[in-house]
Design a protein around this ligand. Sequence first.
Ligand SMILES: *Cc1c(COP(=O)(O)O)cnc(C)c1O
Length: 307
Amino acid sequence: MAIDLEAKISVSYLEDDFLSRKNIQLGLLRLDQLHPVVSGNKWFKLKRNIQFALEQGKEGLLTFGGSHSNHLIATAAAAKAYHLQSTGLVRGLHAEAHLPETLRNCLEEGMALHYLSREEYSRKQDPDFLSYWQQLYPDFYIVPEGGNNVLGAEGAAEISSYIPEAANLVALPVGTGTTFTGIRQSLPAAKTMLGFCGMKGGEYLQPIIQEHLQEHAQEHLGPWHITAEYHFGGFARHTPQLIQFINSFYQKQGIGLDFVYTAKMMFGLYELIAQNRIENGSHIIALHTGGLQGNNSIKHLLSMHNS
Ligand SMILES: *Cc1c(COP(=O)(O)O)cnc(C)c1O
């Protein structure tokens, strides 16, 4: 599966008069093309976790996520492809009769789901809580929420090898920062990295990422910055302006963006370019980290679903 999936990665350079006037080359690294649900950076964060589970002779993966989680559905489908079982601990109580589409898809992929109250779910990193679930599933390997562990970051670092050498600026959406840190550690120092956090107050990630990079850095790391200017009200929130951007981007470029991560990044990039805050002559590679399944929850607003 690994080889097949990654063979589909390509770069789509955008044709756009605005970009030509600004003398900017902008390409999207199409990690969204890997697989309909095991898309984008989630595959890279999972691959070494799956490999480890198989080496350890585990029978399945146990992991965590919210009711629209890209990570949860990616884990369900990837586990199935590797003949592993999967169990998901879901944030929030849900009636089986009214499950959000992502959770229904998880069940269809063979994942067993347990619904946890928000309070219980918030113990997701608590050792007692984890050992309770480990006892229930003794032959399962536990992957943290979002695939955010050392193996996840190491897998994400592999994304660097798909970034064209000519790029001087790499843009990507940021959630926990695991993908960002993994890539910064493996990307040549001559390339600047710019992370777009779609969470209100997401600047808090800057010192966390800084610390992580300092702990693990073996050599000089290139410049990087996180912006949380383009949050549109907060994580997984959207505004009419953002929806309109997604629809017009799809009409012009034929590429779908997800409203939680990649749309906020692309909106932000265009804005920074318009304000001349990105160097003239730049060759930008923006990571399309996938996540399109998350658009199911706002299908009625999107032309890519209604054309
Ligand atoms: C999870 C996710 C991210 C964020 O990845 P982190 O490693 O948590 O920063 C970005 N884009 C998409 C589409 C995602 O699903």
